[in-house]
Design a protein around this ligand. Structure first.
Ligand SMILES: [Zn+2]
Length: 360
């Protein structure tokens, strides 16, 4: 589904920033498209005439990256479905012991399912010859990854996809992908608690690139239009740079969705223990960033000491600041990178100078 359109100014615009029925161009074929914000399908741009093949490709299907398209068509294969149902409760499994229990017919489908799972990157060999484990992708599809672990895997997969896309795809794909990464890393994930007039508490997940106060006003207005009266709204979490988690959160907790009109980001958790586990997951995600930053600073200090004894090579320096290199390659300005990575402007500038001089 097409999530971006091309404006007359030449800029890409995401469907969430576009008004209903807004006309623009398809970034691939340049034909006219219109924004569709219906109740059932994910919001997208649709071609007025014939949609082009490229716009139908998923920017991020299958693997982790943005995790927009979770209903993988590959999971609809009956053999794969059967195989996954057999291993559903396990994280890893031994082929010999699992297959011995089954009938010849089941074994056949089990083996076929396993082969598809390996091919799709859902399962991998852990120990030769017969111990297999689910990959993060399959665990995410099953909703068993924690938000923090998902975030870690997503970061890795973004770097990998960026690398792949550079080699194989056209420039328009790369621009679209980079724009999306930029959108997610510059927006904040918010988690709100809404106490309704009836006394019930519901929760809302979402992302915003603006200040939360503005967003809260919009949300209250939206709800009052749907005649939902809210007693109070509390911001439980506001996590900068964690926009990529939204889709996974919706997927993981889909059983607790609490639709209001056409709005799909609301949740109702029926027990206190469930609320606690959601909050602690979000809090771990929040602390993870800080821990890493602390670890980063400690590292820096340690390395500063080492630097006195031995000058650092250029490769070592760039390797140490891989995340800065990545952020700069997306086109983020120096000051913003410094702020977000909690590094000095001078460090970021030095990384930029070194990467600019390095042939790719
Ligand atoms: Zn098109």
């Amino acid at each position: 589904m097409l999530e971006y359109c091309l404006l007359d100014s030449g800029k890409l615009q995401h469907i969430s920033e576009s008004k209903l029925g807004h006309f623009a161009k398809c970034p691939f074929c340049l034909q006219l498209v219109v924004g569709k914000k219906g109740k059932i399908k994910r919001h997208h741009f649709a071609h007025i005439k014939h949609s082009c093949a490229q716009s139908n490709l998923e920017l991020n299907s299958a693997g982790l990256a943005f995790f927009n398209d979770v209903s993988l068509p590959s999971l609809n294969d009956p053999d794969l479905k059967f195989f996954i149902s057999c291993i559903s409760t396990k994280k890893s499994f031994n082929i010999e012991s699992d297959i011995r229990l089954r009938s010849a017919k089941e074994r056949f489908h089990w083996q076929k399912g396993l082969n598809i799972a390996i091919e799709k990157g859902l399962v991998e060999i852990k120990e030769e010859p017969a111990l297999y484990a689910k990959t993060a992708i399959l665990l995410a599809i099953e909703g068993r990854l924690t938000l923090k672990d998902f975030f870690v895997c997503q970061e890795e997969s973004i770097t990998q996809k960026l690398h792949d896309i550079k080699k194989t795809s056209q420039p328009s794909w790369e621009a679209l992908f980079r724009h999306h990464v930029y959108r997610l890393t510059t927006s904040s994930l918010y988690f709100l608690k809404l106490k309704l007039a009836s006394g019930t508490c519901i929760y809302k997940i979402g992302i915003t690139a603006r200040d939360i106060e503005t967003r809260l006003k919009e949300i209250e207005k939206e709800l009052s239009m749907l005649r939902v009266s809210v007693q109070s709204v509390t911001v439980e979490f506001l996590l900068p740079g964690r926009g990529g988690i939204e889709q996974y959160f919706k997927h993981k907790y889909r059983a607790y969705k609490h639709p209001i009109g056409s709005l799909t980001e609301y949740f109702h958790f029926p027990s206190t223990s469930l609320v606690c586990s959601v909050l602690s997951e979000l809090s771990r995600l929040e602390r993870f960033g800080t821990n890493r930053r602390i670890a980063g600073t400690l590292n820096q200090r340690k390395q500063r000491k080492v630097a006195k004894r031995r000058a650092e090579s250029k490769e070592d320096f760039l390797n140490k600041h891989k995340n800065i290199v990545e952020a700069l390659s997306i086109g983020l300005p120096i000051r913003q990178v410094a702020r977000e990575m909690k590094r000095s402007v001078n460090t970021v500038r030095k990384v930029k100078q070194l990467t600019d001089n390095t042939p790719h």
